[in-house]
Design a protein around this ligand. Structure first.
Ligand SMILES: *[C@@H]1O[C@H](CO)[C@@H](O)[C@H](O)[C@H]1NC(C)=O
Ligand SMILES: *[C@@H]1O[C@H](CO)[C@@H](O)[C@H](O)[C@H]1NC(C)=O
Ligand SMILES: *[C@@H]1O[C@H](CO)[C@@H](O)[C@H](O)[C@H]1NC(C)=O
Length: 353
């Protein structure tokens, strides 16, 4: 005969075992990967004001640039050059306190040069409701594929307004990787079937902050509250590594073969078995929408999608998160109309938050 206590012992030790295993896996996942070997630039060496110069503040050493949003306007900067592939990165500290309705975007685009068939890679931080995790999304367009959004949405596992974290976009002829610090959160491996949907024309790099009250937070229910202005996003450790080209005269003016080969040989251009574990960890716990699992929107997943059973089981067949990870990410509007300003297309999905 076992006493009730004895019978409960196995489950206690099982719990202890699970707890130890999970702490081990957390420490493995978060063993800090070696920092990327990058050269940081001053603002003057790398960017120029894009709009509302009066809301752009540069530090005395020109290594930190603050983008302000206030009642008058948001603000934005653009890389001084176009790049034919590259690694683009900045350490960003998000505005603190009440940030509902605000979008901070770090992205590459060539919409100014190729209005009808532009390319774009986005990381967009969507203002948060106090007490809740920040949300952000990544997206990709190639050669004007604006009717084929490739959004993924995630929750932050830390408070991005407390400290700076490095956010990066790697773009090579063969793959694209989005990073948060040294953790690859998404990789797109180029595939012949993607055709022009894979970005392949020179792009410039943008950073902006703006008022997206109509959709960014809780589907537009939470607006920007200007009692808390100015909202400040701080950018530093600016990195722009790639082949600088003239966007319309690229073949004649530059030969990027060697630069692209050097880029692809860099540590940040490959997802290693070790960093892939971190990527899986992140995606399984913090991704709450991926177009690859939204079969209502894409009955056949686009060709670059790698369907993992462990990820697929997180979503219902319509791409909504199952109740465990209930966080919105559904009810997307599907207008194909696109406003000209690059990151603004997100508004098509305003209902998702
Ligand atoms: C970092 O990269 C530079 C060239 O960009 C190279 O000269 C240097 O050896 C690299 N350092 C390490 C530790 O790999
Ligand atoms: C990109 O779009 C242009 C214009 O729409 C088209 O002529 C071209 O063939 C496309 N390129 C690819 C690689 O699909
Ligand atoms: C570009 O450079 C590579 C190696 O430096 C060379 O093999 C190739 O022929 C060049 N291409 C053009 C179009 O000049």
């Amino acid at each position: 005969m076992h006493s009730p206590l004895e019978r409960s012992l196995p489950s206690l030790s099982l719990l202890l075992f699970l707890w130890i295993i999970s702490s081990i896996s957390i420490t493995t996942t978060f063993r800090p990967a070696k920092a990327f070997n990058v050269t940081t630039l001053t603002f003057g060496e790398s960017y120029s004001p894009l709009f509302s110069k009066f809301n752009i503040r540069r530090s005395p050493d020109d290594r930190t640039v603050s983008l302000l949003l206030n009642r008058l306007s948001g603000s934005g900067i653009i890389s001084s050059d176009y790049y034919n592939y590259g690694f683009f990165s900045a350490s960003i500290k998000m505005p603190s306190k009440y940030t509902a309705g605000i979008v901070v975007a770090f992205y590459t685009s060539n919409v100014d040069t190729f209005e009808k068939n532009h390319d774009e890679l986005d990381i967009e931080f969507l203002g948060n409701v106090p007490g809740k995790a920040w949300r952000f999304q990544t997206n990709m367009y190639g050669n004007g594929s604006v009717s084929r959004g490739r959004e993924e949405r995630y929750r932050m596992w830390f408070d991005p307004s407390k400290d700076s974290h490095r956010y990066s976009i790697l773009w090579t002829p063969t793959n694209i990787i989005f990073y948060v610090d040294e953790i690859p959160i998404r990789e797109v491996v180029r595939n012949a079937a993607m055709r022009g949907d894979y970005p392949s024309k020179p792009m410039s790099v943008y950073a902006t902050i703006w008022d997206a009250s109509s959709w960014a937070t809780s589907g537009g229910k939470r607006k920007v509250n200007y009692r808390f202005q100015p909202f400040i996003a701080e950018f530093k450790d600016l990195v722009l590594e790639g082949c600088i080209v003239d966007p319309v005269d690229q073949i004649l003016s530059s030969n990027c073969t060697d630069t692209a080969a050097a880029l692809m040989a860099k540590d940040y251009s490959t997802v290693t078995p070790e960093t892939r574990k971190s990527m899986r960890w992140f995606r399984q716990r913090h991704m709450y929408y991926s177009y690859c699992y939204d079969t209502r929107r894409y009955p056949v997943p686009p060709p670059e999608c790698v369907i993992l059973p462990s990820e697929r089981e997180m979503f219902t067949s319509s791409g909504r998160p199952k109740s465990k990870t209930r966080a919105g990410g559904s009810q997307r509007r599907r207008s194909t109309k696109r406003r000209s300003k690059a990151a603004v297309d997100l508004s098509r999905h305003q209902a998702a938050m």
